[in-house]
Write a protein that binds this ligand. Structure first.
Ligand SMILES: C[S@@+](CC[C@H](N)C(=O)[O-])C[C@H]1O[C@@H](n2cnc3c(N)ncnc32)[C@H](O)[C@@H]1O
Length: 287
């Protein structure tokens, strides 16, 4: 079932009259966004020798994390603390709060995209003025909120979620933003007809099936030439025991003849880099 667009048509008129949160944020607005690790900037330069320094850094990260979580009424440790300053768009902060309230991700299964992933999504979206973005697997809308935070007023986002309850929560969250459309259903049924997109966040669990030629082709066809795919939950090869002969996700993004891809590792919830499902693949379609 397709839902109505979250907040109305995203034409030039609505974009011009849209509230501040629906257009790309100004520097002044960004200055008001919550920050997870801003305090780390100063102390790093005056840290004592390494061992003591790491201890101090860890303590300070925990302090900053608790401050952020208190500010948003979240339990300790809900929002990860990163070893660099990162601004959390207000809608994404709300998505993290809803995730906590509803226990989304609490069982160690599917969960909201972390700020390190979201920040990259915002950067890529910001590089597409007037662009068409799509997301496979909305969850509770955190990834969508990050994408929207980077998009300009003329850009649009279609995000598809199989689970009706999650889709409803995400639709509520994104209802004020006319650029967003939340669809309830399977991406396979809704996105191909709307393709090609400029940027697609592949976050529905399909990446494990990319060794299937037909599935790989349907994901590839979601972007046009020059368009980009982002796949997350990548585990470093060194941590795959036993290492698979072929890792479908990596083979697709890094070896497909029509893609140029790179493997990236944003810092995890404790500020460390690497670890199970901590990585991303970003690939640009070249043919
Ligand atoms: C990891 S969560 C998405 C998190 C979200 N992208 C974010 O950034 O916060 C994966 C979601 O994909 C949904 N999903 C699974 N198969 C799907 C499909 N075929 N089409 C759309 N959504 C699907 C699941 O219900 C789940 O909510």
């Amino acid at each position: 079932m397709e839902a109505a667009q979250a907040g109305g048509a995203a034409g030039p008129e609505s974009a011009a009259t849209a509230p501040a949160t629906t257009t790309v944020a100004s520097a002044a607005e960004r200055a008001l966004w919550p920050t997870t690790a801003l305090l780390l900037i100063q102390p790093i330069s005056i840290l004592p020798p390494p061992t003591v320094g790491r201890t101090t850094l860890g303590k300070r990260k925990r302090e900053v994390g608790s401050r952020f979580n208190r500010q948003f009424g979240l339990s300790a440790g809900t929002v990860p603390v990163l070893p660099y300053p990162i601004l959390i768009p207000p809608l994404a902060a709300r998505a993290y709060r809803v995730a906590e309230e509803t226990g989304f991700g609490a069982d160690g299964g599917v969960s909201s995209s972390r700020p390190g992933v979201g920040a990259l999504l915002a950067v890529l979206a910001a590089a597409r003025p007037g662009g068409r973005m799509a997301e496979l697997g909305t969850g509770l809308g955190a990834g969508a909120a990050w994408l929207l935070s980077g998009m300009d007023a003329a850009a649009t986002l279609v995000t598809v979620e199989l689970d009706a309850d999650r889709a409803a929560l995400a639709r509520d969250l994104l209802a004020t933003d006319p650029r967003a459309t939340v669809i309830t259903g399977g991406w396979e049924d809704h996105l191909p007809a709307r393709a090609p997109f400029d940027l697609v966040f592949v976050d529905s669990g399909v990446s494990g099936r990319l060794d299937d030629e037909e599935t790989a082709a349907s994901v590839l066809e979601l972007v046009g030439v020059g368009g980009q795919l982002v796949l997350d939950d990548l585990t470093p090869e060194a941590e795959l025991h036993p290492p698979p002969a072929v890792d479908p996700k990596r083979a697709f993004a890094l070896r497909h003849p029509r893609l140029v891809g790179a493997e990236l590792y944003p810092p995890g919830t404790d500020g460390s880099v690497g670890g199970v499902r901590s990585g991303l693949l970003v690939a640009t379609r070249v043919a």
